[in-house]
Design a binder for this molecule. Structure first.
Ligand code: ADP
Ligand code: MG
Length: 630
């Protein structure tokens, strides 16, 4: 505020100085020059305005005409006019010259006086102008002062207002002070409480410290114990490493022994499975099919099957029907009609284990149409887990064993493919999109030049890692088969379905690898065409199909024989089926054939054919299998 005021003061002071300095000048202005016969002009008062003009008027009034200059006689030097001297006495009337002279002198005097008065007038005008200028300046100054006064008033008002505000604020602050004081009191109370609490805590702390000391004592004891435990852990880790090493050795030994056991059981095994009589089918006569028990009695799993056939063409001399002929067969295992899917799978789960161990495994289902091949391989209808077939069971088993082996450092991967061989053409059963059901023809080729591995062109190879994925694939295959089905021909029974799973295992820690295919084959119906049938266009087609089937099935038999006899040439190329399966058959592979038999008497002829074929296969022993290990 003071700072604001300061320039005003300065300004006022400056003005004051100006006014003060103008004063002597005003005095100078009022000094009228003294002339002869003139009285001194009184000093003009300092104030200007009307008063100043009055002073000037007074000056002019006081100026009396000067004394007449006495006329000089011609030829004489005119005496200088004497101011205040008495006028010369009046000239005689005749002295015209003298009078004239006087008048001239007087005129001259008047002129001088007029001149003087003009000068004075001029001076006074100048003074007046100056006075007016001064008046103007003073007016300006007055206005400035008035403005300043107004400003000061405004400031004063503002000050008043501020004062009012400050008073309000003071009131507020006082109020707050009151509140704060209340707060302070509360805080003091709280402080007291806290002090009390602190005392309690200090007591607790003391207690804790006491306990801590005790704990520290215990800790040092524990540390000693820990050190000894660490030593023990190191010893245990050492032991564990040794055990792991031993476990690995045992696993390898298990694989070897497992393989030996499988070889002892035979690298080519044949299981016979007789399906139950279905609702609506005529029950066969008693004794038609018999399952004699093994050497150790009924507790032994059956391995033999006896089938009786009454040949109506053979008659006795007396005309009585000939006694039925018994045909006995012996296999690695026989499953009578009541055998469940789980029972069947148990027998083959060992083979699935061999596949994981790196041995190629091939499982076939052979038999006439309707004998239960698809039931055995894929399972019964309705998705009932009880009737699940070998394919889903085998895969579930594989996934779970692979999971167990992961604990020993093994990592497994599985890639599935599913194709159908119909009339010597290969079709992808996993085809999707536009190829679904019609999938373009596929070809069996070597995976690469010089490679042993075979691959089916245009077929999908799907990596699988859980049951759900396998179920989805089987569902897709069923859909693809349904699309291809025609009214005349149940094509699926006229074609071979080959499900292949490429198993690859790796033990990164030990640099071990194993790989082997597991093939599960639902073969085409093995029934022969009735030679007495008239050959219509449909039958001709049927004949062609049957010939293709028979040819490929007999090639399969020949391949197995050739392998068994260790012949130098194995006719794999004679059929698409054996060509595709060649890596799952040879010396390093394990083969299992299910011969599926119908329990019906009307199928006896086909059953006998199947059993004979299976018996031949059963006589085969294929060289010692070797795991595909690297
Ligand atoms: P295939 O594939 O040999 O032509 P399927 O597997 O289709 O024969 O079987 C024909 C019928 O018999 C199907 O209805 C099937 O459900 C039934 N079947 C086959 N085997 C059994 C079995 N072991 N238990 C119950 N039903 C069976
Ligand atoms: Mg079938």
């Amino acid at each position: 505020m003071e700072e604001d005021l300061e320039p005003e003061k300065k300004r006022t002071r400056g003005l004051g100085t100006k006014v003060a300095t103008s004063r002597p000048r005003a005095t100078a202005l009022t000094t009228v020059p003294q002339t002869q016969g003139q009285t001194a002009v009184p000093k003009v008062p300092r104030k200007t305005g009307p008063r100043c003009s009055a002073a000037i008027a007074t000056v002019l009034k006081n100026q009396k005409p000067g004394p007449a200059v006495p006329a000089q006689k011609p030829g004489t030097t005119a005496a200088p006019p004497v101011v205040g001297r008495k006028k010369p006495s009046k000239r005689p009337a005749w002295d015209l010259k003298g009078q004239l002279c006087d008048l001239n002198a007087e005129l001259k005097c008047c002129r001088e006086r007029t001149q003087m008065l003009d000068q004075e007038n001029q001076q006074l005008r100048n003074q007046l102008r100056e006075a007016q200028q001064q008046a103007t300046a003073l007016g300006t100054e007055r206005r400035t002062l008035e403005e300043e006064l107004a400003r000061m008033r405004a400031q004063a008002e503002q000050g008043q207002q501020e004062l009012g505000n400050l008073s309000t604020r003071v009131l507020e602050l006082e109020e707050r002070l009151g509140t704060q004081e209340g707060l302070v009191q509360e805080l003091q109370k709280e402080q007291l409480e806290l002090q009390e609490e602190r005392r309690g805590l200090a007591a607790q702390l003391e207690e804790q410290e006491r306990r801590l000391q005790a704990s520290e004592a215990a800790l040092s004891g524990s540390q000693a114990e820990l050190a000894s435990l660490r030593q023990e852990a190191a010893a245990q880790a050492d032991l564990l490493a040794k055990r792991e090493e031993r476990l690995h050795g045992l696993e390898m030994e298990r694989r070897r022994l497992h393989n030996q056991l499988q070889e002892l059981k035979g690298n080519v095994r044949v299981f016979c499975r007789v399906r139950p009589v279905l609702p609506g089918e005529s029950t066969p006569p008693p004794g038609f099919l018999l399952f004699p028990s093994g050497p150790s009695g009924p507790s032994d799993p059956p391995t033999r099957l006896s089938l009786s056939r009454s040949d109506e063409r053979r008659g006795t001399l007396s005309g009585a029907p000939a006694a039925p002929t018994r045909h006995d067969f012996s296999f690695d295992r026989v499953f009578p009609p009541g055998s469940g899917q789980d029972e069947v799978f148990e027998e083959i789960s060992m083979l699935v284990q061999s596949a994981l161990d790196g041995y190629p495994v091939c499982i076939f289902a052979y038999g006439q149409t309707g004998s239960g091949k698809t039931f055995t391989m894929e399972g019964g209808p309705g998705g009932d887990p009880q009737v699940e077939g070998l394919i889903p069971r085998a895969l579930r088993h594989l996934f779970s064993v692979a999971q167990e082996l992961s604990g020993q450092g093994w990592t497994y991967s599985f890639v599935a493919s599913y194709v159908e061989i119909y009339n010597e053409t290969v079709r992808d059963l996993l085809a999707t999109g536009t190829r679904k059901g019609h999938g373009g023809e596929c070809e069996i080729r070597r995976a690469g030049p010089g490679s042993e591995e075979l691959t089916v062109t245009n077929a999908r190879y799907v990596p699988v890692s859980c049951e759900r994925e396998v179920e989805a694939l089987l569902h897709l295959a069923r859909q693809n088969r349904a699309v291809a089905r025609t009214a005349q021909n149940e094509r699926s029974s006229r074609s071979h379905s080959v499900f292949q799973l490429q198993i690859s295992g790796e033990h990164a820690g030990r640099g071990l690898q194993c790989a082997a295919p597991l093939s599960l084959v639902d073969l085409a119906g093995s029934e022969r065409l009735d030679p007495g049938l008239a050959l219509g266009p449909g039958e001709r087609e049927r004949l062609r199909e049957t010939q293709a089937i028979n040819s490929s099935l007999s090639t399969l038999g020949l391949v197995i024989m050739a392998l068994s006899n260790k012949e130098s040439h194995v006719p794999y190329r004679n059929s698409k089926l054996t060509y595709l399966l060649q890596n799952s058959l040879g010396g390093s592979a394990k083969m299992l054939m299910f011969v599926n038999i119908s329990p019906l008497e009307e199928n006896v002829s086909e059953s006998l054919n199947s059993l004979r074929f299976a018996s031949k296969v059963n006589q085969c022993v294929i060289g010692t299998a070797q795991a595909n290990r690297k």
